[in-house]
Design a protein around this ligand. Sequence first.
Ligand SMILES: Nc1ncnc2c1ncn2[C@@H]1O[C@H](COP(=O)(O)OP(=O)(O)OP(=O)(O)O)[C@@H](O)[C@H]1O
Ligand SMILES: [Mg+2]
Length: 275
Amino acid sequence: MDKKAVGLSDTLKGKTAPKSFTKNPIKGTKFTIAISSAKGGVGKSTFATNFALALKFIGSKVGILDADIYGPSLPKMMSINEKPKSEDGKSMTPITQYGIQCMSIGFLVGKDTPMIWRGPMIISAIKTFTQKVLWSDLDFIIVDMPPGTGDTQLTFAQEIKVDGAIIVSTPQEIALLDVKRGINMFDKLKVPILGLVDNMSFFETDEGKKYNIFGEGGVEKLAVYYKKEFLGKIPINIDLRIAADTGKPLVEKNPDHKISKIFIEIAKKIKGSFL
Ligand SMILES: Nc1ncnc2c1ncn2[C@@H]1O[C@H](COP(=O)(O)OP(=O)(O)OP(=O)(O)O)[C@@H](O)[C@H]1O
Ligand SMILES: [Mg+2]
C-alpha cells in the first residue's frame, strides 16, 4: 500500500512559517531610538524629552515622536498647542519647538479627548507618524513609547527600523519585574538595547542626605545580569518635575543644572555609539 507522508499542506506551511517583516527606516532621520519601559509612570516621557534636548545641546539634530496614542505627553511637556500643517493633504509637517521636530496624536485631537481606539487604529496611527510625517534632516528621532509590550511596541519592532531602545525604570521591585519583560521583548524582536536608566533613583535633601525611596541598585543589577549597559541614575528632583509640568524640559531651561548634566552625559554616550 502506498504510504503517504503526513504533513502540512503547502498552504498551511506558508501560514505557519516564521514571518519576515520589512523594517522601513523612518525617512528624514539617520537613527531611531525608542524610549521604553514595560511599566507606566516611571518617567519615559520625562526622559525622552530631556534626552532629546540633551542630544540637541551636544549638537545633534533631533525629533521626538510621541507614540503614546492613549496618553500623549508631548503637547504638555513641550508647550505645543498648534496643529501640524499639511501642504498636500497627505503628509504632515512636524512642529518645531526648542529646536526639536515634534509629532504627537495630541496635536491632532483636543487635550481632553480620549482616544477610544482598538489595536488596528493604533497601528495605522503609528504608520502615519512614521511614514507620512515630513521629518527633515535629523540625526535622531526619539520615540516616546507607551507603557507595556503591546501593539505599538510590536509595530515598531517589526515594521520600522529601530536602531536601539533605552529602557527606563524606577528601582522598585514591581517595576523591575516589568523591565525583565521589556528586555526579553526587545531581545526577542531583535531590537538592540542601548542601555538601562534608573529614574527616580533616590531623593537627596539640601543637606545632602540621600533617601532610596524606591529601593537601591536594582536597575544596575538587572543591567549586569542581562549584560546590558547601565546608562545612569536620575534622582527624584523637583526642578525636573516642575520643568515637565510647565512645558520646558529642564535641559532646555537650565542646561547647567546638575540633573541636566546627567542627561547630557547619557546623550554623549549614546551619540558616541552612533555617530
Ligand atoms: N526623576 C524625576 N523626578 C521627579 N519627578 C519625575 C521624575 N521622573 C518623572 N517624574 C514625574 O513623574 C511623572 C511620570 O513621569 P512620565 O510622565 O515621564 O512617566 P511615563 O513613564 O512617561 O508615564 P506613562 O507610562 O504614563 O507614559 C510625571 O509627573 C513626571 O514629571
Ligand atoms: Mg509617557
